[in-house]
Design a protein around this ligand. Structure first.
Ligand code: GUN
Length: 286
């Protein structure tokens, strides 16, 4: 079997088709959607992600403000800036690129963002709302993954879903969304005994552990749907996912490539959340 390739660029383009119209409609009402992106330090991957987010905003008619700090910045300066952005009526979404340098208390930084502007969905209040089943903002990467299932007509009800990785950014919210879609969910992590035992049972396998080509064909059930959230840089500079794509695509029924799979969808859902935040605000303000 050769897997259906779930094309993130194509789906992103399809979903973004009406973003410009929505952004322009808000702009015409004097409320151009605005996203503030805060980047602390010089991490190369984070710089690329932030640049991609800023470029995507420009293409979709959103205003973005990139705010950078050196790695050794005093955390209070960042918190003060977040407080200003919370009060700024031209900013509808605030994103702090993670990971932050070690001297930061990341939870405290995320808690400083107004939950109404928390387009990443990482504020404890929004995490709680997601857990209770009435999410205000769904974290962008798992949200994008759910869009693949919807687009390809992949049924989740009653399926065995296995999530590799338990991060706050991907693994935990992903598990929550799959559970809400009536899948039976197993979350595996670095301390899981016999990981392959779990992955081989998976109808839906989500790899989000950050290890290049970790998931090999012998770990995958024939016909499984495989979603690769990993973005790893190989010594030769090329990008690759957490899944051994050439081998696994021979036995899976559907699979996302890297690059061109989950990555473009993450940014698309960030735009969607920012538009949503701006539309809600206009709705509130009348
Ligand atoms: N770092 C890796 N992924 C993400 C994300 O989705 N949002 C933020 N803020 N930081 C990240």
């Amino acid at each position: 079997m050769t897997a259906l390739i779930l094309d993130g660029n194509a789906l992103a383009q399809k979903l973004r088709a009406d973003f410009k119209t929505r952004a322009d409609a808000l702009t015409a009402r004097g409320a151009q959607p605005g996203l503030a992106v805060i980047l602390v330090g010089e991490d190369a991957a984070s710089q690329v992600y932030v640049r991609n987010k800023v470029n995507a905003c420009a293409q979709a008619g959103l205003r973005s403000e990139k705010i950078t700090y050196p790695a050794d910045v005093e955390p209070q300066r960042v918190l003060t800036r977040i407080a200003e952005l919370n009060a700024d009526p031209t900013i509808h979404g605030i994103l702090v690129q993670l990971p932050l340098p070690r001297h930061f208390d990341s939870d405290a930084v995320l808690a400083a963002i107004s939950p109404d502007k928390d387009v990443d969905g990482f504020h404890a209040e929004n995490v709680g709302a997601l857990m209770q089943g009435h999410a205000r903002f769904i974290p962008c990467t798992p949200y994008g993954v759910m869009k693949f299932f919807g687009e390809a007509g992949i049924e989740l009800k009653g399926k065995e879903a296995v999530v590799l990785g338990r991060s706050n950014i991907v693994g935990k919210p992903m598990a929550m969304l799959l559970m809400q879609a009536n899948a039976t969910v197993t979350v595996c992590h670095s301390q899981t005994r016999d990981l392959a035992f779990h992955t081989r049972r998976a109808d839906i396998l989500i790899a989000a552990l950050g290890k290049a080509r970790f998931v090999t064909a012998d770990m995958v059930k024939p016909g499984a749907v495989v979603i690769d959230v990993g973005i790893n840089r190989l010594p030769d500079g090329k990008l690759c996912g957490d899944v051994d794509f050439p081998a696994v695509s021979q036995i899976a029924s559907a699979i996302t490539p890297v690059p061109g799979g989950v990555g473009p969808m993450t940014i698309t859902m960030l735009l969607a959340n920012t538009l949503e935040a701006a539309e809600r605000k206009v709705g509130r303000d009348g």
